[in-house]
Design a protein around this ligand. Structure first.
Ligand code: NCD
Length: 306
């Protein structure tokens, strides 16, 4: 990687730490009454979202605005994408504005990489199908580092629909790179067979959940399921739903949102003080400011894996 952030694989541990340290300084900006710095004044950031998004799109928009960039946000509904314009043509059209960065979310794995080949802008992957979602992983690491001081030796369980989750892929890579031990857990139909190649363990039941310091719960990705992967949501919830009763008092609870309340997480767990879900959302702005800053103002080459 050089100018782009497509995958967590683009970052080594030092690069991740640099983004997190930068994000800490932007957190301070977010605490001010006037939450703006001039770093990207006069530069343009295009947000191109071909898939539903609340948190990621709003936080990228806020992040770019707090860096004083001009921001153009294009959603697939209501744009010419609706009229059948191809991704390549849309990117070329928007490139006429000479953006410094294009943030892209797409239902297709590999879309961000393709866009990087069609523009001179820096491309940031905001989620490509079930492939990767690197800024989510960075904000998750940021949130955990703030709580734990360091991820070294932390035991993190990722529970749920790992198969269809780009968050799981990026998180496994990032958590491992930061020294954590990762276990994925879910029904065997929702755990990819080669997942251990990413350096994590796999469990089919919650029996050993007590081992975890952090329980990271994933949403059931209905939109990516062509077949029935679980007999019923009720049965899934009975075996895998994370409830307050299933958590130990010291365990931290995370979820990337949006939550299917009552499916993968119970209402009492979501609302418990162990849940970091609100902190994750808040971290999203500072971390995305840091990513934009490092790519566009910092030394992008430094973000590269050696
Ligand atoms: C995730 C996504 O879109 O991949 N959400 C997010 O970005 N916060 C997770 C999900 O949709 O389940």
């Amino acid at each position: 990687m050089s100018r782009h952030l497509i995958s967590i694989d683009d970052l080594d541990r030092a690069a991740i730490e640099r983004v997190l340290d930068r994000a800490e300084s932007f957190e301070e900006v977010s605490g001010r009454e006037i939450k703006k710095v001039p770093a990207l004044r006069g530069r343009t950031v295009v947000n191109l979202f071909y898939e539903a998004s609340t948190r990621t799109s709003s936080s990228f928009e806020l992040a770019a605005k707090r860096l004083s960039a001009d921001v153009v946000s294009v959603r697939s509904t209501g744009s010419s994408i609706d009229k059948g314009e191809s991704l390549k043509d849309t990117v070329q059209t928007l490139s006429a504005y000479d953006p410094a960065a294009i943030v892209i979310r797409s239902p297709h794995a590999g879309a961000a990489q393709l866009v990087a080949g069609w523009t001179i802008a820096s491309v940031i992957n905001a989620g490509d199908g079930k492939h990767e979602h690197p800024t989510q992983a960075l904000l998750d690491v940021f949130t955990l580092r703030r709580r734990l001081g360091s991820l070294d030796g932390a035991r993190i369980w990722i529970v749920g629909d790992v198969m269809h989750s780009r968050v799981a892929r990026s998180d496994i890579l990032a958590f491992r790179r930061m020294g954590a031990r990762v276990t994925v857990c879910g029904p065997p139909t929702l755990i990819p067979r080669d997942i251990e190649a990413l350096g994590c363990d796999a469990e089919a039941t919650l029996n050993n959940l007590h081992e975890a310091d952090v329980v990271y719960v994933l949403r059931m990705q209905h939109e990516r399921m062509r077949d029935s992967f679980v007999p019923s949501l009720r049965e899934y919830a009975a075996r895998y739903q994370i409830t307050s009763a299933r958590l130990n008092p010291g365990q931290l609870l995370m979820h990337p949102g949006p939550v299917n309340r009552g499916v993968e997480l119970s209402g009492d767990a979501i609302d418990s003080p162990q849940a970091l879900i609100g902190e994750q959302v808040k971290a999203g702005v500072a971390v995305r400011m840091a990513v934009l800053y490092e790519l566009l103002v910092g030394s992008p080459m430094l973000m590269a894996v050696a």
